[in-house]
Design a binder for this molecule. Structure first.
Ligand code: SF4
Length: 516
């Protein structure tokens, strides 16, 4: 009997290693033969550790399993899908999973992330195989035609970056994967790296083939030790099996891949600061131009893409651009792995085609707040995303539709707050975050954020008349940050600040309320 216990960080944090050890020990004591596989997580975090058993009907799930439940599961004959209070039925039939459209995450939770054999048995390397039969121009065109836009947050067409690098003549080109996932409430990059690392490697290899690059780097934040370990393991397996290194690209070139560990700076998720850091320097934002596609890592043409962008490439190549762009709406094509976090009952990963509404995600998938209180605000798109009130929950999650209501999709992180949240404190926090994470290169961001904290304190503490003056000052300051900052850190920090003030003026005292 095959039993699955996830090895994903979320499951580990909830005791999966101990549960796996207990299942092995119980099986030994009872003389039962089992094969225990450490799979990836299905992304239903409130059910972790989610144990699955392979039966003739499909995989039956039990969860959340704690160490004291293990003996009872054996007593209930769970190895044959027996009934137990933790039984959840066929895992694929759990509505949270069944309602998703998993293209990038199609294998996640199903396979053993460290097994190349398992990857190959589940359509792994089908994309690269097809790419090897195409010209490099045709590969770039396929990515362009798919409509794939950067999933890190900027939503820039991935194919255009690739085309620029491909067209730039140079003896050396690089593929860099931005895995510095620093946005609040996000974990989709981490899940790809821990739960399906070969997919990222395949996506980067296809990128290398398309633009003629021989070296790749995956820049991973240091807070992700399990992701780093999984990637390093997968890189060695892929190299040993000739899926990386000298032979894979045949007559095209060779491709070598390395993992590099960041040191925990939010700004190193900004592509040019990341390149500086990769070069061994302090993570300071570079002025553009030149674009990284023309002068990137070590001054060479560089494709720099987020994990999810690169991980979406294998399915695009395997199934074709037409298949991929059949999902989504308008100019937002394909799917986006969204991440439900914060005060939410059913937190986890939901991959859906663009066009799903916030309400569907928060209620149908998320089940409302964990506290049971009403949702008051959500922040979509990380710490630089605006706070959205319930009146905007019917907005479709699509880059343009979100922008039209003053929002953004970013990396797909959704952080939920109930009615106990103090939005003035959240606005203050946005300025404080900017002050501590600013790279310091430009004044509006470096100094403006510190002044912003002070001004918000004055608004909240001040007499109504004084608060009115300070609110005007805050708006002026935000205007300067928006227009005078070199990168998104400074220019977007005003979004959470002003959205909190505009949608929730009552939290900023009488002065703000009267003005609203
Ligand atoms: Fe650095 Fe902030 Fe200027 Fe960006 S906006 S370059 S983070 S100082």
């Amino acid at each position: 009997v095959t039993v699955y216990v996830p090895r994903d960080s979320t499951a580990l944090a909830l005791g999966a290693d101990q549960v796996a050890a207990d299942i092995t020990e119980q099986a030994r004591q009872r003389g039962v033969n089992i094969k225990l596989i450490r799979n990836g997580s299905r992304g239903m975090f409130w059910l972790e550790p989610l144990v699955e058993v392979a039966t003739a009907e499909g995989r039956i799930a039990y969860g959340p399993v704690e160490t004291e439940d293990v003996a009872g599961l054996f007593d209930a004959d769970f190895l044959n899908g027996g009934q137990h209070r933790l039984a959840l039925g066929l895992v694929e039939e759990i509505p949270y999973l069944k309602k998703q459209e998993r293209l990038t995450f199609a294998r996640v939770g199903i396979t053993d992330p460290l097994s190349l054999e398992d990857y190959l048995a589940h359509e792994g390397y089908a994309g690269l195989r097809r790419a090897l039969d195409m010209s490099s121009e045709a590969v770039v065109q396929e990515v362009l035609d798919s409509g794939l836009r950067g999933r890190g947050g900027a939503a820039f067409p991935t194919g255009i970056k690739w085309k620029t690098v491909a067209a730039t003549q140079a003896a050396q080109k690089y593929i860099v994967c931005n895995a510095d996932e620093g946005d609040s409430g996000t974990f989709s990059d981490r899940m790809v790296m821990e739960d399906d690392p070969f997919m990222l490697i395949e996506g980067m290899t296809i990128a290398a083939l398309a633009v003629g690059a021989s070296h790749g780097y995956i820049y991973v934040r240091s807070e992700y030790p399990h992701a780093i370990a999984a990637l390093n393991h997968a890189i060695v397996s892929a190299s040993n099996a000739n899926y990386l290194g000298e032979n894979i690209l045949g007559s095209h070139s060779s491709f070598h891949l390395e993992v590099r560990k960041g040191a925990g700076a939010y700004i190193c998720g900004e592509e040019t600061a990341l390149l500086e850091s990769l070069e061994g320097k302090r993570g300071v934002v570079r002025a553009k131009p030149p674009l990284p596609a023309i002068e990137g890592l070590f001054g060479k043409p560089t494709v720099i893409n987020n994990v999810i962008s690169l991980a979406s490439v294998p399915v695009i190549l395997a199934r074709g651009a037409a298949f991929y762009k059949n999902y989504g709406m308008g100019r937002s094509l394909g799917t986006l792995p969204m991440q439900l976090a914060g005060n939410i009952r059913h937190g986890g990963l939901v991959e859906k085609a663009f066009g799903v509404t916030l309400r569907e995600l928060l209620i149908d998938f998320g089940g409302g707040t964990a506290s049971g209180k009403p949702i008051r605000a959500v922040q979509v798109g990380g710490p630089l995303g605006p706070y959205l009130p319930p009146s905007l929950f019917d907005t479709k999650l699509d880059y343009e539709a979100m922008a039209a209501v003053g929002g953004m999709l970013g990396h797909g992180g959704i952080v939920v707050f109930d009615d106990s949240v103090d939005m003035a404190k959240q606005a203050r926090y946005a300025m404080e975050f900017c002050a501590s994470e600013s790279c310091g290169k430009c004044t509006p961001c470096r100094i403006g954020s510190t002044r912003g904290v002070e001004v918000i304190d004055k608004i909240v503490a001040g007499e109504p008349r004084q608060a009115v003056v300070q609110i005007k000052l805050l708006r002026d300051l935000c205007d300067t940050m928006v227009n005078g900052s070199l990168c998104a850190m400074g220019s977007m920090t005003p979004l959470p600040v002003l959205s909190a003030l505009d949608h929730f003026p009552e939290d900023f005292g009488d002065g703000a309320l009267n003005q609203a």
